[in-house]
Ligand binder design. Structure first.
Ligand code: SAH
Length: 466
């Protein structure tokens, strides 16, 4: 981020604009939404700017900017439609101590003006650092359509009521009150009876919430999917928005953690390769103790929480402690990875069953029904299969599997740095070790990338090793 978004206090302060043409007018339209004193310097001014001055909305001084004119100004816009004049006035305003923006000159500006969605006091600022104004406009149009026109009124009346809501305990109950107001009771009352009804609505709502007992804590076991935030379920997103505490594993991607409520307590219980860095018992303890303090706990696990996630131990801990819980399913790594291959997990005439197997379990490399897996057409998604690849390869070959059976390894499935390694059972090792994959990887035994997926992957030599 080269530009950090902030909101600057301008009430009663000076904002100075140099210019009297189109560029200046475009900025004035935005600036007049504020409570600042806006002053324009320009020898010549267009009729609309003259009209604003006549109406007393701006102060217009009909001469070019001189030293001292931008004194005490918070912000200064060089908007002369003339690069040389802009450079001259920007220097003067800078010397006067104002923050300077040169219209259409990102490099010479100390700040830039975002696209704005105005539901005062709710203001949305959209910036692309000058990279894509079209994108900013599209996002603005989208938000304009989505945010009800009455939102500003709801927020203004709500703001005046904030002190009263301190009667509710800090945290979940206050949040529940405001959610009720902004998304249910408020819009309903505003639509039915207008602004005048809102104060009464707030009073009635507060009484109702004060009468409610404290909600007990609860735990949601949430599947975070394979890493791409777009592969989260809507339920998972909602849980992250509402959580008081998020307890997450190492494989949950940073983009997904970003979606958690800003005030949520984030607890990393990341496990590194073999052996946990936080013991399972400690994790169980954390979940239960937060829930007992009436927190809404989101236990975030990569992929689907029910697949190789030690979910049952955590559920048992909740049950023993009398804590209520629910499970929000997620997209497991196998589903994301097979989509990358352009294949399906099951196929008529090839495999009518698919196995999810783990490369290692509590005792070490995991044993499976190798004889059955060695049959032609079998498909297995092997989780945690990097270190155990040689073991699995040896077991399958020993049980008569064809060395030419396709094997695909997908690293970082669904993430920007996803790679695909297409090989065969006979060559799985040393191919996999040589590839030295650093990210989480899932191995498909019995599946090759479809031709199109393979062609797409060959662009990068690292992605393919046959
Ligand atoms: N509950 C998870 C699995 C946890 S076990 C799920 O449903 O996906 C951890 C293993 O999952 C990793 O060793 C790797 O084999 C696999 N895995 C998780 N995320 C992955 C990803 N984005 N790409 C490839 N494999 C992944």
């Amino acid at each position: 981020m080269n530009h950090f978004p902030i909101f600057i206090a301008v009430e009663g302060r000076r904002i100075v604009v140099s210019g009297g043409g189109e560029a200046a007018l475009a900025k004035l339209r935005l600036l007049l939404k504020t409570t600042a004193h806006v002053t324009v310097f320009s020898a010549k001014a267009g009729p609309e700017i003259e009209a604003l001055a006549d109406a007393g909305r701006i102060t217009l001084t009909k001469r070019a900017l001189e030293p001292g004119d931008a004194m005490c100004a918070r912000l200064f816009y060089a908007a002369n439609d003339d690069a040389r004049e802009d450079a001259r006035v920007a220097r003067l305003a800078h010397a006067d101590g104002a923050l300077v923006n040169r219209v259409d000159n990102l490099g010479e500006s100390q700040f830039i003006t975002p696209a704005i969605v105005d539901r005062d006091p709710v203001t949305v600022a959209i910036g692309t650092e000058g990279a894509a104004p079209v994108l900013a406009r599209a996002i603005k149009a989208d938000l304009e359509a989505r945010l009800p026109a009455g939102l500003g009124t709801l927020a203004r009346i709500g703001k005046a009521f904030r002190a009263r809501v301190e009667a509710l305990p800090f945290g979940a109950r206050r949040r529940a009150f405001w959610a009720d107001y902004y998304f249910k009771a408020g819009p309903r009352a505003h639509e039915a009876s207008g602004e005048a009804a809102l104060r009464g609505t707030l009073e009635a709502l507060l009484d109702r919430h004060l009468d409610q007992p404290d909600a007990p804590g609860r735990v949601e076991f949430v599947g975070a999917g394979p890493g791409d935030p777009e592969l989260l379920t809507l339920k998972a997103r909602k849980a992250l928005h509402e959580a008081d505490v998020v307890i997450y594993d190492r494989l949950v991607s940073a983009e997904i953690l970003e979606l958690a409520r800003r005030e949520a307590k984030m607890v990393n219980v990341g496990k590194e390769g073999f052996g946990p860095s936080t013991t399972q018992q400690e994790i169980n303890g954390l979940i239960v103790s937060h829930a007992r303090q009436r927190a809404h706990v989101v236990r975030l696990k990569s992929g689907d929480a029910t697949v190789f996630g030690r979910l049952d131990e955590e559920i048992d801990a909740c049950t023993e402690a009398g804590v209520t819980y629910s499970v929000v399913p997620g997209i497991t790594a196998a589903s994301a990875a097979v989509a990358t291959l352009g294949q399906s997990l099951t196929k008529r005439g090839r495999n009518s069953a698919v196995r999810f197997v783990t490369g290692h379990d509590m005792k070490g490399f995991a044993e499976h029904d190798w004889k059955a897996l060695a049959q032609p057409g079998e498909v297995a998604a092997i989780y945690m299969g990097k270190r155990s690849a040689r073991f699995i390869q040896g077991r399958l070959l020993m049980h008569g599997a064809d060395p030419a059976t396709p094997v695909s390894v997908i690293e970082n499935a669904s993430r920007a740095d996803q790679t695909v390694l297409a090989t065969t059972l006979g060559k799985l090792e040393p191919t996999l070790s040589k590839a030295d994959l650093k990210g989480p990887a899932i191995t498909f035994y019995g599946l090759a990338p479809r031709a199109a997926a393979l062609a797409a992957a060959t662009d990068s030599p690292r992605e393919i090793a046959l």
